[in-house]
Design a protein around this ligand. Sequence first.
Ligand code: 6GU
Length: 230
Amino acid sequence: MRIDIITVSPELMKSPFEHSILKRAQEKGKVEIHFHDLREYAINKYGKIDDYQFGGGAGMVLMMEPIDKCLSQLMQKRKYDEVIYMTPDAPSLNQQMANSLSAKENLIILTGHYKGVDQRVRDKFVTKEVSIGDYVLSGGELAAVVLCDAVIRLIPGVLGDETSALTDSFQDNLLAPPVYTRPADYKGMKVPDILLSGNFPKIDEWRHEQALKRTRLIRPDLLEEESLDE
Ligand code: 6GU
C-alpha cells in the first residue's frame, strides 16, 4: 500500500510512523508513506494557502488552488483508490472502514486545518470523508495518524501471530475480554481460575462471555448494530 498525506504540518505527523508497528510495516515493505507539505503548493511566494471565508465569520479556509495543484500532480502519476478528507463533519471511523481501507493499493489523505477546506475541494476531489469521533481537534493531522494506524496494522503480514488483529476489540463487534499475566496471585488479587485450568474450550467460552458482558455494560450500541446486520 502507498499512502500520500497532504498536510500543513508534516512535522506534527511524522513521529508516529517512526516507531513500533508503523515503522516495522514500512521496513517490511508493506506500506510507503509520503508526506506533502501543502505550503510548497502555495499560491504566492509568501506561502499563502488559506484565506477568509466568503460571507464572513471567524477562521481561515484552505484554498482550492494549492490543494488542486498537489492532488493533480499525484493523480497524474498513479490511480488512487480513495481521496480521503479528515474532518469532524463526516461519518466516524470504525473497524469495518479500517478493514476495507486495508485492502486498498493507493490512498490519499488530506487533512483539514483552521475552518477546513473550500467546499469545492470536497465536491471535486474527495471520495471519502472520515471523522474519528464526536469531538473537535485543532486539525485533521492527529486524526489522520489514527486512521493510518488503524488501517496499516490490518495489512496482511504487518502484525505477527503474537499481535494478531483477529482477537482485537471490535473485530466481531465485541469489546476484548480481560487479560492477565504473571503472577497468578499478586498481593491476594487472583487471576480467574479458569485461565489457569488448561481447558482451552472452556477458556474460549469464558472469554466470549466476558466480552459480551463488557460490551453489554460499556457499549450496548455495538450489540444493537450487530442485530441490524442480520
Ligand atoms: Cl478528522 N478533524 C478534526 N479537526 N477534529 C476531529 C476529527 C477530524 N475527527 C474528530 N474530531
